[in-house]
Design a protein around this ligand. Structure first.
Ligand code: BGC
Length: 740
């Protein structure tokens, strides 16, 4: 016991003194109530104000006049203040100079790692590996917490079905079922057991509430117009899953939804989030989104925007300078009820108590722990493991895995030696220079006389001066590893694109290299699907490696050499052309679905393209093969209060051990409203040795079949259903059952 006390150190002393002063341990609710009772109106408003600083407080931040506000208790939270030393200094001002000594909450976008950068979220979604996704966020939280942070603005759980939208990179893809599973895993990773007893967990934030990913024409920050049905069936489920996992905070979207900007949307924040889901945390606005309502045109001025946002349920104002100047007066005039203000402030204070900040405001700001934690070797190892599990093998004629002994390898292409491209967008405090690139990884594997590198060109621009050298390098090699795709500036926030063909001179580079006549393994570095129809015939194999993070190079090398047998599966439908977008597997059935013959005209089709995608949702190859057979149901009927088992036998029928993501889809054949042709309702990632077989069992319950019915209630309807089991959304094994 003694040694435990010694280890707990300062935090315990704070706790002890708190207990000593009051004579008893009070509940968080009591402590919040007592504090609220002491606060002036202005101090309450201060808790709902968040400012950003990218600078040290001794530098330009002082000029920005945040410090005087801090001393008056006029700031509740800061974003972009990072580092154990820096957070400690800011915290010191708040707790030593303000009347009530209320600590600040420090937030940052820790999107796919803090210093050790994991693959982008869309990539990790492709791993379909919930345990490892959770582990990645646990590591991100451990590093962020050691750098003084309390709160990440993640996970982004926006469903996205339009790859023109650059932020598709930040989410889990197109599917609400997979997206919900990933939302749960990521919240659990960041928040641990939700007790915040350890300094290795931080608050998570489900964003951007809601339907931000449905931006019209794939244009970031643009308007959205989705039906309540689409909202409830497609866009909201991952948010609800985050609430069920205990997520501490939400962030409102920039977009307007059905005519009301999300930051003033009472339907979302009050009716659904608090009313239907019972959320008890707080909602922060997106950056200046209260102010942006003036441009949306639903309010004439900042004072009124503040009134609308507060009354709709938005608790904290990030960077709008709206709540600070206007909220106190609005409460005094009765335009915002005091009870609403108290509810918002209590929610913020509760999080500060839960994090233990009143007991030790510097609990997270520990320079020694920071030094020992960032980029720990085990963190890098986990990043490498998740990066290789996120790679998706899209094509392989047998060129992969590479047979390296004696082979001369030419690594060609932009990004192959760029740490920045490897770590991708939103990389918190990750450094490109700390990444092990593919060039470094292959150079470490191969003797110098077997390895050459030529960038050939950049991802953008029109400099073709390197193409000839790239072709020469290909000619002198036995096999070419060619990186193409997008760099970190072409993906992420505010990177909408109207063409998803390979940008800049990349297609010319591909043609030059192809002309050398050597087998080509394409390694695609990208944050979204790019158009590959004209590319595929020119290459032998394709590994989709995304922006793979700090250990991306060794991870890709593991896949190329077969040290790791790829197991990733697409978390979205891959279009043939941008003209097919939006394209997703869970579409509705047309009344005229299939032409009967080539001359049939009036059918739902394109006259210049198939309607099918290039690769279906859930698709990904392996160096081995998997057979599916013996699909069986435990009964022909699922009772409304019962369950039904769906079992299938999977066999690794190829020569290597490997992992397979077994996927279960359901179709509701007749509903009170039309239903998607298939919906993912289960998946399991299994490992099988060569020749090994295993039964995988899924259990379906009526709740799994629920949807937003014609009478605008949520539930399943009796009738006939079809199940499909297989390795992607085209799964062919099928059976039927009835729900009664
Ligand atoms: C983004 C958010 C992010 C915020 C703070 C905004 O531009 O939309 O996702 O959390 O900035 O950095």
């Amino acid at each position: 016991m003694l040694s435990r006390i010694a280890r707990l150190g300062a935090p315990l002393l704070f706790l002890v003194s708190c207990v000593a002063v009051t004579g008893a341990t009070r509940s968080t609710e009591e402590r919040v109530r007592e504090l609220l009772a002491q606060m002036t109106l202005e101090e309450k408003v201060g808790q709902l104000v968040q400012y950003s600083s990218r600078d040290d407080m001794t530098g330009p931040a002082d000029k920005s006049s945040i410090t005087p506000k801090l001393k008056q208790g006029g700031v509740g939270s800061m974003l972009n203040v990072v580092g154990a030393e820096q957070t400690r200094r800011w915290q010191q001002i708040a707790v030593e100079s303000s009347r009530l000594r209320i600590p600040l909450l420090f937030g940052l976008d820790v999107i796919h790692g803090y210093r050790t950068i994991f693959p982008i979220p869309l990539a990790t979604a492709a791993s379909w590996d919930m345990a490892r996704i959770e582990e990645a966020e646990r590591i991100a939280a451990r590093e962020a917490a050691a750098a003084g942070l309390h709160w990440t603005f993640a996970p982004m759980v926006d469903i996205a079905r339009d790859p023109r939208w650059g932020r598709i990179a930040e989410g889990a893809g197109e599917d609400p079922f997979l997206g919900s599973a990933i939302a749960r895993a990521r919240v659990q990773g960041f928040q641990g057991d939700n007790s915040f007893a350890s300094t290795e967990s931080i608050l998570a934030c489900a964003k951007h509430f809601a339907a931000y990913g449905a931006a019209q024409a794939g244009r970031d920050y643009f308007t959205t117009d989705v039906t309540e049905r689409a909202l409830r069936e497609i866009y909201l489920p991952p948010f609800q899953a985050a609430v069920e996992a205990g997520v501490a905070t939400f962030m409102s979207g920039f977009n307007d939804l059905d005519g009301t900007p999300c930051s003033a949307n009472a339907f979302l924040m009050t009716q659904v989030l608090r009313g239907e889901w019972g959320f008890r945390g707080f909602v922060v606005s997106d950056w200046a989104s209260v102010k942006e309502m003036l441009r949306h045109g639903n309010t004439p001025d900042l004072r009124d925007a503040t009134r609308l946002a507060m009354n709709a349920g938005l608790d904290m104002d990030m960077q709008s300078e709206a709540y600070g100047p206007h909220l106190a007066e609005l409460v005094r005039s009765g335009a915002v009820p005091m009870a609403r203000l108290d509810e918002a402030v209590a929610a913020v204070l509760t999080m500060k108590f839960r994090l233990g900040l009143f007991d030790d405001p510097y609990r997270f700001s520990d320079p020694a722990r920071e030094k020992a934690t960032l980029l720990r070797p085990d963190h890098r190892a986990a990043a490498r493991d998740l990066a290789r599990r996120s790679c998706v093998l899209l094509k392989n004629d047998g060129t992969l895995p590479l047979r390296l002994p004696g082979a001369r390898v030419a690594l060609i292409g932009p990004g192959a030696d760029s740490g920045d491209t490897h770590i991708g967008t939103w990389h918190a405090r990750g450094q490109g220079g700390e990444a092990t690139t593919l060039r470094a990884a292959l150079a470490a594997l191969l003797p110098a006389d077997q390895f050459t590198f030529a960038a050939g060109c950049a991802f953008t621009g029109d400099d073709r001066s390197g193409l000839a050298a790239a072709k020469a390098a290909a000619q002198a090699a036995d096999v070419v590893v060619l990186t193409l795709g997008e760099d970190h500036t072409q993906s992420g926030e505010s990177t909408s694109r109207t063409s998803l063909e390979l940008s800049g001179p990349q297609l010319d580079l591909l043609r030059e290299v192809h002309a050398a006549g050597k087998p080509i393994v394409l390694v695609l570095l990208a944050g979204r699907p790019l158009m590959l129809e004209s590319v595929l015939p020119l290459v032998n194999s394709v590994v989709l490696a995304w922006h793979p993070g700090t250990e991306g190079g060794p991870a890709i090398a593991d896949v190329l050499t077969g040290a790791y047998n790829p197991s990733g599966k697409l978390p979205l439908t891959w279009p043939r052309s941008l003209g097919q977008v939006p394209i997703f597997y869970a579409h509705k059935m047309s009344g005229r679905p299939e032409p009967k013959g080539p001359h049939d005209r009036y059918w739902s089709r394109y006259i210049d393209s198939p309607t099918t995608p290039l690769f279906p949702f859930g698709f990904g190859l392996s160096y081995t093969t998997f057979g599916y057979e013996a699909l069986r149901l435990s009964a022909a009927t699922l009772r409304v209060d019962g369950s039904l088992d769906v079992t299938v036998r999977i066999t690794n029928s190829g020569p290597h051990a490997g992992e397979e993501v077994v996927q279960l889809y359901v179709r509701d054949l007749v509903g009170s409203v039309t239903r998607p042709v298939r919906e993912l309702k289960g998946f399991e990632k299994i490992a099988l040795g060569a020749g090994e077989s295993r039964d995988v069992k899924f259990t379906l319950r009526p709740a799994d079949l629920a949807f937003w019915r014609a009478d605008r209630t949520w539930g399943a309807e009796p009738g006939e259903f079809e199940v499909f089991v297989g390795s992607d959304a085209n799964a062919a094994l099928t059976a039927r059952f009835r729900l009664e």
